[in-house]
Structures are given as structure tokens and as C-alpha cells.
Design a protein around this ligand. Sequence first.
Ligand code: MG
Length: 203
Amino acid sequence: MKIICIGRNYEDHAKELKNPLAQEPIVFLKPDSALLRNNDPFYIPQFAKQFHYETELVVRISRLGKKIDASFAHRYYDEIGLGVDFTARDLQDELRQKGLPWEKCKAFDGSAVISKFTPKMRFPDINDVNFSLKVNGELRQQGNSGDMISSIDQLIAYVSNYFTLKIGDYIFTGTPAGVGSVNIGDRLQGYIEDRLFFDFNIK
Ligand code: MG
């Protein structure tokens, strides 16, 4: 199982971090040891100062495929969930400045939170799905899949040019604006539409 993540897929988030808009999807991977599920707490690591939440729709691959055409991509996933792409932001800035890879700031243990998954058929239009994050009961992030720069189907087509997609792989599809730091004691609750998908604490 692998975790494929997409960066800067929402214009408002690229702007808030003062990043240029990507010409094509930005792709990075996390190992299976990054997964955090069942609403387990996130323990803030010691190796950096600033850990940001990034709330993202997550797709679970349901069929083996490579070089998938976007028009067939919908056949390769049948469930979506909600995730948090935890990022050591200060370390990311440092690695970027040095032109080094992102793994240390993006792929550490617990950096890939996933919720329960739900059939995509529950949603009338997969390109019009609302999701949000509350921190300590306060709304911090709000997104809609229709605002993705590359749609879910386009992302599946794009990443499958490079990586064979296998059953059970996850694709984190990028975060909208509103990212911010977590602190010990925070409670993070993620919603797709009005339904609670994850609810966990920062320790
Ligand atoms: Mg992200």
C-alpha cells in the first residue's frame, strides 16, 4: 500500500503560502508507517517547531491500473474519505531552501491521518463535495472538490503515468486555504458535507 499526495491543488491555499500556482500536479509519497487512523491521537514530534494540519479529501484505489485515461479513472476508486496531511512547516521551508526532498517534513509517522471511508455513490456529483475542519469547535478549513485545480479523475490519470495504482492505495488530493499549526490539547474534527468523518486529539 502506498500513499500518494498532491500539493497545491487549490488556488486559495497556494496563495496563502505565497507559492506559485503549479503548472501540473505536485506529487509526493508517504510510507505506510505514516498512517494514523481510528481517531488515534496525533503526538507532536520533537524534530520541528511548527506542525500544520492540511485537511484533504482522500480517494481509495479499488482496482489495479497504470496509465489510466481520465475518462476511465472513475472506475478505479469507489470510496472517499477525509484525511489530514500533517506537515512540519518550518522544516519544509528549510528543506525547500536547500532544494532537498520533502520526506522529513511530510512523511513522518502519523503524518497521514485517514478517516473511515464511504461509497462515492453517496454523492450525486463527486466534483461537488463539501468538506471542512473544525479545531476546538471553530471552523478553520472549508473546501469543495469542485475547486480542485486537477479533478480526482485527472489526478488518477496523472499519477498512474508514474506509479502503478494498486488496490488499497490512497491519494490525498490537496488542501484548501486555512492551514494552521496544531498545539497540544487541540481537538480536530473533519466533516464531509454534514457528516463527521474524523475526531481526534493532539497530544
Ligand atoms: Mg497537503
